[in-house]
Structure formats: structure tokens, C-alpha cells
Design a protein around this ligand. Structure first.
Ligand SMILES: NC(=O)c1ccc[n+]([C@@H]2O[C@H](COP(=O)([O-])OP(=O)(O)OC[C@H]3O[C@@H](n4cnc5c(N)ncnc54)[C@H](OP(=O)(O)O)[C@@H]3O)[C@@H](O)[C@H]2O)c1
Length: 188
């Protein structure tokens, strides 16, 4: 009997788990994720930042849009990072960073080696992942602010989607609230 190649072993291991996609969003009460295109946002609380940093230490890879990547590239370069963009004609890898156009590449196999993928936005990416069944959990931190304008959480709007509220936690005395949702698997 021939010995398994490392590729076969990796593939078999990958089939043993399903990648979990977890989105992290900081939003105003009116569901805006950015007031003025600032990178990164300066209106989020220290408690949210702490939660976010701690959560990221548990994920295997992250996915971001090109704008968000450009803003925080230095911090993401050490991670397995997937950058969505319409520009690359084919998958382009630079160290741990992979640039990919989801119109030409099916994303799920790319993420398959990873147990947990953090979806870090911005609004185009949250929308794409939700609409393409690549979202299992959603952490939304609501800061006690109304912007009245700014970037939407799901840029351009999306279809109505029902989620299950898993937990709700107040993060500080100012009224920052962390909501944890699970998406509902349409196939079950
Ligand atoms: N509050 C939060 O939690 C949070 C989190 C992240 C970001 N933000 C804020 O959100 C703003 C950025 O959001 P954004 O929506 O403008 O930018 P983004 O999603 O970071 O980047 C948009 C770009 O990513 C690429 N892209 C995204 N989805 C794609 C898809 N499905 N197919 C192909 N390309 C895709 C496109 O790049 P090409 O132009 O190269 O095609 C697009 O122009 C910033 O102000 C940032 O501070 C807030």
C-alpha cells in the first residue's frame, strides 16, 4: 500500500471540519460602519477593541475588502489574509496575503484549510459573504451613537435575512452592546 502524500493527508484533515465564517462588525445604532471613511474607525470603545483583538487571536485566517486591507495592511500582513478585489485576473499570493477576485475564483475551497475565518469587512465584503452562504456567525458591537449618514453594514443593501440571537452583552457603562448572532442554515 502506498504511503499517503502530504497533500492527501491535508485534504483528508480538511474534510474533517467545516470552515466557520465569523463576521466582526462595529456599528452605530443606525447600522453604519464608517462615518467618514476613516481607517480604522476612532469611534469604537476600548472594550470593543479588546474584544476584537482577543477574538482575532483565535482565528486562522481573515478576509477583507481591498479598501480595508489598504488601511490596515501592516497589521494584517502577519496573518493568513484574503483580500477581495475585482482587479486580480488570477489568485495572487504575496507572503501570507492572497488577493482574489470572487467573480473568477470560487472562494470556499480557498478557505477550506482553515477552521475559522474572520470576516472583517468593509460593507461590500459583509454583503458578499452573507449573500454567498459564507457567514455562520455575526458579532455586532453597537456603539451608542447615531451617525445619520455613513457607510452601510451591507453596502448597497441585501435581501432580508433572519438570524438567531445567541448572546447579548453590555461591554461598558456607556452602553456599548455586543450582539452575537448565528445565521440560519437554509439546508437544515
Ligand atoms: N466598523 C467596522 O466594523 C468596519 C470594518 C471594516 C471596515 N470598516 C470601514 O468600512 C469602510 C470600507 O468599506 P468599503 O465597503 O468601502 O470597502 P471594503 O469592503 O474594505 O473594500 C471595497 C473594495 O474591496 C473589493 N471588494 C469587496 N467585495 C468584493 C467582491 N465581492 N468582489 C470583488 N471585489 C470586492 C473591491 O475592490 P476593487 O476596487 O479592487 O475591485 C472594492 O472596491 C472604511 O471606512 C472602514 O473604516 C468598518
Amino acid at each position: 500500500m502506498s504511503a499517503s502524500t502530504s497533500f492527501e493527508k491535508r485534504t483528508r484533515k480538511n474534510l474533517q471540519h467545516k470552515t466557520r465564517y465569523i463576521a466582526f462588525v462595529a456599528a452605530s445604532i443606525d447600522g453604519r460602519i464608517s462615518l467618514s471613511g476613516q481607517h480604522p474607525p476612532d469611534w469604537t470603545s476600548a472594550e470593543d477593541w479588546h474584544f476584537f483583538e482577543k477574538s482575532l487571536s483565535h482565528v486562522d485566517a481573515v478576509v477583507v475588502g481591498r479598501h480595508t486591507y489598504q488601511a490596515v495592511a501592516e497589521r494584517l500582513r502577519k496573518r493568513n489574509t484574503f483580500v477581495l478585489s475585482s482587479r486580480p485576473k488570477k489568485i495572487c499570493r504575496r507572503g501570507t496575503v492572497t488577493f482574489v477576485n470572487p467573480a473568477t475564483v470560487y472562494l470556499a475551497p480557498l478557505f477550506a484549510p482553515y477552521k475559522t475565518v474572520a470576516v472583517l469587512g468593509g460593507g461590500m465584503v459583509y454583503r458578499f459573504m452573507l449573500e454567498n452562504g459564507l457567514l455562520d456567525e455575526l458579532f455586532v458591537t453597537i456603539e451608542p451613537l447615531v451617525f445619520g449618514r455613513g457607510k452601510e453594514m451591507f453596502v448597497g443593501g441585501t435581501r432580508t435575512t433572519r438570524l438567531h440571537l445567541h448572546t447579548i452583552r453590555q461591554l461598558n457603562k456607556n452602553g456599548t452592546v455586543l450582539l452575537h448572532y448565528h445565521t440560519i442554515n437554509q439546508n437544515t
